[in-house]
Ligand binder design. Structure first.
Ligand SMILES: Cc1cc2nc3c(=O)[nH]c(=O)nc-3n(C[C@H](O)[C@H](O)[C@H](O)COP(=O)(O)O)c2cc1C
Length: 368
């Protein structure tokens, strides 16, 4: 049978009821890394969306790795307890078989920023800014902090922080972990020659530049053997002389060899000079390229918001899953509406059942 948006899939050791994922999305609403009531409500809402795979936002493995004062972390007992509280609540209302994961990250040189609605960009010293770190002492852009280049000991400590945060994620109750090696954050900073100009074993050749990300993956997989572990990558920097799709495919292969079960295929974020043009499905060709070259399960993301568009990506074998970001913020019932539009059965909670007919009418109207 041809796969479609509502067919089940197994990624590594994790069975998922359909091909729709919630993309990780920072909410900038945590308290020293701890999930707040905003997260409780947000995760419960997404749990009822019908998406089979719910990826909780970029969650940092140490305090200085947060983008902003409002970013989630898993670096303290309080963070772990708060994540467990919100996740337990979400599970109580979730659609059957929905799986929850958390995206583990470190912002590196892009840390110590304002929340987007406070204007974004680097915090001023009087805004409780903190020193940032990276592969090399190269600022992201003019006016941004010049990071401290991590020493070899600090690199080892950071790898250990990822493994510790993964264990916290498991104790909090998550089913899977996604390593964030995209969008110009610390793992991507090591992968890209734009931000990594080290001359030791952590920089230079691709083998050296990928060492940090692959070591983290190896250690996280070993730390949580019962969980599925995937990774998000920026498959190109969209900058001449930057990280390329060809290099990214090699990294994806190396990730898979150490137990990474899927690659979420994104791009960019490591340079203000990137030449990136967006439009519907603008990154699907990247997912397709990784899938064709490696056979590793891939998740496509980026301006996928129409049910027929999402279904075609799966049916045509261009990707194994789709991840939706802004569409699910705009309409957390999107998967249910997509099922109505595409004519698939959908499990709605009994409390919501009297609106099913209306959802079908809206779906039919949208499809006509
Ligand atoms: C509010 C918001 C927060 C985001 N936070 C994250 C994040 O925590 N981690 C990440 O990898 N991408 C993050 N992204 C990017 C999304 O996961 C997604 O890749 C991007 O929005 C493109 O998908 P879309 O067109 O479906 O929104 C964020 C996007 C938005 C809109």
């Amino acid at each position: 049978m041809t796969a479609h948006l509502f067919s089940p899939i197994t990624l590594g050791k994790l069975d998922l009821p359909n091909r729709i994922a919630v993309a990780p999305m920072c909410q900038y609403s945590a308290d020293d890394g701890s999930a707040s009531d905003w997260h409780l409500n947000h995760w419960m809402n997404l749990a009822m969306s019908g998406a089979g795979m719910i990826t909780v936002e970029m969650t940092d493995v140490e305090r200085r790795g947060r983008i902003s004062h409002g970013c989630m972390g898993l670096y303290s007992d309080a963070n772990e307890a708060a994540a467990k509280r919100a996740l337990d609540a979400a599970r109580r209302v979730a659609t059957p078989d929905a799986k929850f994961g958390v995206q583990l990250a470190h912002a590196g040189r892009k840390a110590s920023n304002r929340r987007p609605w406070e204007g974004g960009g680097p915090l001023a010293p009087n805004e409780d800014a903190w020193p940032v770190v990276s592969a090399s002492a190269l600022a992201y852009a003019d006016g941004w902090q010049v990071p401290h280049a991590l020493t070899e000991d600090e690199i080892e400590q950071t790898i250990a922080h990822f493994a510790e945060a993964a264990q916290r994620a498991e104790r909090a109750g998550f089913d899977f972990i996604e390593l964030h090696s995209a969008h110009g954050y610390l793992l991507h900073q090591f992968l890209s020659p734009l931000s990594n100009q080290r001359t030791d074993k952590w920089g230079g050749s691709l083998e050296n530049r990928m060492r940090f990300a692959i070591e983290i993956a190896r250690r996280v997989v070993a730390a949580v053997p019962k969980l599925m572990v995937g990774a998000r990558m920026s498959l190109t920097d969209w900058v001449d002389g930057g990280f390329t799709l060809g290099e990214a495919i090699e990294v994806a292969r190396a990730y898979h060899e150490v137990g990474i079960a899927y690659i979420c295929c994104s791009s960019g974020g490591n340079s203000p000079h990137q030449n990136l043009r967006t439009g519907p499905g603008y990154q699907v060709h990247l997912a397709e390229a990784v899938k064709k070259a490696t056979g590793i399960p891939v998740r496509a993301v980026g301006m996928i918001d129409q049910p027929s568009q999402a279904d075609a990506i799966i049916r045509e074998g261009r990707a194994d899953m789709v991840a939706l970001g802004r569409a699910l913020l705009a309409d957390p019932r999107w998967p249910w509406r997509a099922a109505a539009t595409l004519g698939h059965d959908f499990h709605a909670a009994p409390q919501l059942a009297r609106s099913v007919q209306l959802m079908k009418q809206w779906g039919a109207a949208a499809a006509s």
